[in-house]
Ligand binder design. Sequence first.
Ligand SMILES: NC(=O)C1=CN([C@@H]2O[C@H](COP(=O)(O)OP(=O)(O)OC[C@H]3O[C@@H](n4cnc5c(N)ncnc54)[C@H](O)[C@@H]3O)[C@@H](O)[C@H]2O)C=CC1
Ligand SMILES: O=C(O)[C@H]1O[C@H](OP(=O)(O)OP(=O)(O)OC[C@H]2O[C@@H](n3ccc(=O)[nH]c3=O)[C@H](O)[C@@H]2O)[C@H](O)[C@@H](O)[C@@H]1O
Length: 444
Amino acid sequence: MKIAVVGTGYVGLVSGTCFAETGNHVICVDNNVQKVERLRNGELPIYEPGLEVIFKRNTEDGRLEFTTDLLDAVNRAQIIFLALPTPPGEDGSADLSYVLGVAEELGKIITDYKVIVDKSTVPVGTSEKVTAAVEKHAKVDFDVVSNPEFLREGVAVEDFLKPDRVVIGTSSERAKSLMHELYEPFVRQGNPIYFMDERSAEMTKYAANSYLATRITFMNEIANLCEKVGADVDMVRIGMGSDRRIGKRFLFPGVGYGGSCFPKDVQALGKTAGENDYNFQILKSVMEVNNAQKYVLAHKIKSHFNNDLKGKRIAIWGLAFKPNTDDIREAPAIFIINELLEAGAKVVAFDPEAMENMKAIFGDKVEFIKHRYDALKDADALAIVTEWSVFRTPDFDFMAELMKEKVIFDGRNLYKLEQMKQFGFYYNSIGRNTVEQKQLTPAE
Ligand SMILES: NC(=O)C1=CN([C@@H]2O[C@H](COP(=O)(O)OP(=O)(O)OC[C@H]3O[C@@H](n4cnc5c(N)ncnc54)[C@H](O)[C@@H]3O)[C@@H](O)[C@H]2O)C=CC1
Ligand SMILES: O=C(O)[C@H]1O[C@H](OP(=O)(O)OP(=O)(O)OC[C@H]2O[C@@H](n3ccc(=O)[nH]c3=O)[C@H](O)[C@@H]2O)[C@H](O)[C@@H](O)[C@@H]1O
């Protein structure tokens, strides 16, 4: 099939490349000239495991192309995906200007039947708005389909190639049959394609993201309470998660959810509720609790040093909002670093992939260090913010040698309490007992 994907970001680039991988011809369009230039030169603008190999294969085989020319891409495609940004507007609702702007353009340029697929995350009712925007100028038949995307950054290729499910919202039999043909190779393992109406498809996406954000937030509150009552949230998590009705995944407490989607989608669903005269109380609490959780680690560090971080050197391991990505949108690390800098700390940071992006925010206010251990030299404390695998089994003896003080604040519960006791670290994690440093008596 011939496909155009408008918007070549995390979703557009991954979707386009994966559609090419199943034999389709895909043209990705972006209005960012530099990005398109880099892609044409074989360079990926994002870090996403597994993407490079299929990107290379499909561009070399001529199935995957990049352009800034919307007209040319649309003329050559039967199905047009919109993978455009839907950032929060000033009032918290999703800003539809990118999606509706391109929809209007499409109306002007389509000359034969097209299926226009909304892959961006958009509020209920958007497919009708897209239809109206295209209709303003269109002189030919078209269908608008809602096809929300559920991929996670860091495992995006795997998620796209083997989705748990595909959701398609359409009332058109013609569009349904084309979408079925396109997605059939991705659901060979027996996972379903759910066809439904457009509004339900749009709502499914917000409901899924908001539920997951709520689940994490619930665990963060359980963790905070565990600290107060002397329970261990990791034990509680395992005990709870083995109930099949609850399940083991997505129950990890931490430094609050971040990323480009959960924060904005929870806010946008709350906004939709408000506009429809519904008081969605849980979502309000989720946002409030998550905002506080982003500061928990920084507050622990401040309180450990009696609220005075002047002259203290704090090392940060992990800047990306989650491992295996260079994405720092709404990353908890940003909030933590700001708080530490404000309290007078010297912040030195390491991340395997996200340092360039973070430099664009903090410049020389933060010292970025190329090797994880170098960040620890003379540090008064280490704060672990992202659970990259490379942080999981470090050389604790070497760390103790490098650091001025053997103090770790772990926002991701990477280490066992026993282990920390054994190596003599002060260790403060999330929802678990604090390991105090053993005070050596003169006799010892
Ligand atoms: N990032 C993720 O993991 C997921 C994102 N989504 C949703 O997908 C949508 C896109 O998200 P991302 O890919 O993360 O955004 P992104 O910001 O990474 O990419 C958007 C791309 O659209 C381009 N663009 C903007 N205006 C354009 C125009 N008029 N014509 C052509 N290109 C244009 C930008 O230059 C950029 O390359 C959002 O609605 C998001 O909520 C859904 C599932 C997962
Ligand atoms: O709409 C989107 O953009 C995507 O949003 C999330 O994917 P993503 O933001 O890439 O990453 P997640 O793995 O969901 O993590 C989101 C945040 O929650 C945090 N998290 C996740 C899981 C957990 O158990 N605990 C926890 O704190 C992560 O650290 C991260 O900050 C959803 O998982 C995807 O299904 C969805 O398509």
